[in-house]
Design a protein around this ligand. Sequence first.
Ligand SMILES: Cc1ncc(COP(=O)(O)O)c(C=O)c1O
Length: 404
Amino acid sequence: MEKTPMWTANRIPPSGKAQSLAMMEPSAIEKVRRFHASFPEYAQTPLVSLDNLAGELNVGGIYLKDESPRFGLNSFKGLGASYALAAFIAKTVGMPVEELDYAAMTSPEIRERLGDFTFIATTDGNHGRGVAWAAEKIGQKAIIYMPKGCPPVKLDNIKRLGAEGYITELNYDDTIRFTAELAAKTPKGVIVQDQAWEGYTDIPGWIMQGYGVVALEACKQLSERGIKPTHLLVQAGVGAFAGASTGVVANFYGKDHPTTIVVESEAADCHYRSAIRGDGEIVNVGGDMNTIMAGLACGEPNPITWEILRDKASFFACIKDPHAARAMRILGAPVKGDGRVVSGESGASAMGCLLEMITGGSLKGLREAAGIGPDSRILLVSTEGDTDPGNYRRIVWEGAYPSI
Ligand SMILES: Cc1ncc(COP(=O)(O)O)c(C=O)c1O
């Protein structure tokens, strides 16, 4: 589908369903945050204020949450996997999840009561690394599958955490179907996926609550500085992260919540196409979805988080690979006085969208429609660091994917 323009306003009638949004109430997510805070590796990630870039772009403020230090995993994804495994364990052994902190979760008693599970997941790299990390902590087996074309370095990072790992010949969504079948055939096999489908909603729901911690921390960090954001730009693959973030932010600020723009790779634009369709039904995308934004190369929106996005997002935008690459370079070599952020291809995508809205051609209309100007205070997340270090260097050092 040829896209002109590369964005659309959301004109979908309200769903009349509030269940997914209710899961992202800040009080519920604060409990999840407390669970994460019991991990020895937990620390709130930085909210970097890019004041000088904001000055150059003539906007009021740009606040970028840098998820690269999260749990030492180089992306936010461990938040979802760890909470999902905790909630799964709590349900399995019949205890309230609030009582299952890091010490309890990793105790020999719980290990004994659980027996031998096998946690199976599909990943572009980051989610699987989170699952492998969380499974290793609790002494359980993890098997991780990746879509075709994933760089071996991401597989190595997963295997280093004790998991079995494989790169398939399938795309992301087909790999999920393959792993779901495998989990069903594996004794005590459990699929741990941020995608949901009929009959499979508990684990993806817990994962999105885990992801919600990013936005909750950001809202609190902004409040502490006396700042209320006017805009949220958030990247989407299956949309679990975007839906979780949008839900937390919408609940935190209430009726007067920031204008939310969902950002996708144009190669995997299932949310954009669903918004264009306009009746609330999901539109899936198939094929290889070739993009450097590997974390966003998903063609089927998560139906739980889609409920939040269709009700609370105002715009859906698509960017091209060079837009993300440019944002990686600008974040890596910032305007003098701003902090440097090492941001990977999917990590920098929301910033790529903002830059294209202000300095490029394809999203200029979106800038006007979304009312971005000198009074705007814009919240974004760099969702990963240099998770593919070879490609990071090709882009940032060698200038691959030059600006268009
Ligand atoms: C770095 C990064 N950012 C964003 C996303 C998108 O998250 P979701 O698939 O929940 O939309 C991913 C997903 O893998 C990711 O790895």
